[in-house]
Design a protein around this ligand. Sequence first.
Ligand code: ZN
Length: 289
Amino acid sequence: MPELPEVETIARGVDERVRGRRIVSVWTGSKPEPFKSAPEKIVEALTGSVIQKVHRVGKHVVIDLTRAAGAEGWQGQWLVHLGMTGRLLVSHPDVAVPLHTHAIAQLDDGREIRFVDPRRFGRLQVLDLSPSRASKKRDGELEEPKRFTGTGQEPLAISPEAFRELFRSRRTPIKSALLNQSLLHGVGNIYADESLYRAGIRPRRHAARLTVRELGALWSALQSVLTEAIALGGSSVSDYVGADGAKGFFQLEHKVYMRTGQPCARCGTPIRRLVLGGRSTHYCPKCQR
Ligand SMILES: [Zn+2]
């Protein structure tokens, strides 16, 4: 499943390729699951829109859209959640359309943005952010439609102090708290395990019992793990590939994730696996306390 660095890599890759292009037509497939907004709404919102920017919010790829003159300042967002196996490809029209393609947005230069998802846990949604959609609040002031912010805080923007506050009162294992998307968004299994290893903290420790120093170390570890993974183009485990089909390379750097029984790079102790909240968890019993 793509996590924050993979989604960031995909968003950047798509942004480089399609920013400033206009969507001229949209095709949607017949499988209902991928459409969190009705397919007709997606077609209506996207057709004729200009792509201002493609960026990441949590684990969503967010495509900011506006309309050319004459459409009274229409603006909106196209949200893509990749689920387990979703991919967002930018392809020339002569490249065969892959199986399990659920939506195609054709661009004014002939290329296509294709949403492909074999397991169909991914979701497509559109938000209408036009000023005309503003609703009256009780005090009579206009409330602007909200841009997508997702749930939880952005792990690469949160301060060490806010990070500490977030976990101080959590009575769950720290690994589970890291995976809780209502606290931090975008951190999944790989980067939770790798950050805890770097910070020297056992995944099962209760978040509320971690010291200020340990939480500081975990904050730093999370920043460095995510930043390095983004620099390397995300992890390429299972189906993940970037916008151009290139695989990421962060899996070469994994120190504990999926390395059960292999020696710890620091101390040589075999890496252990346990199941925590239904998720596989990997750690070094000597380096993590
Ligand atoms: Zn070790």
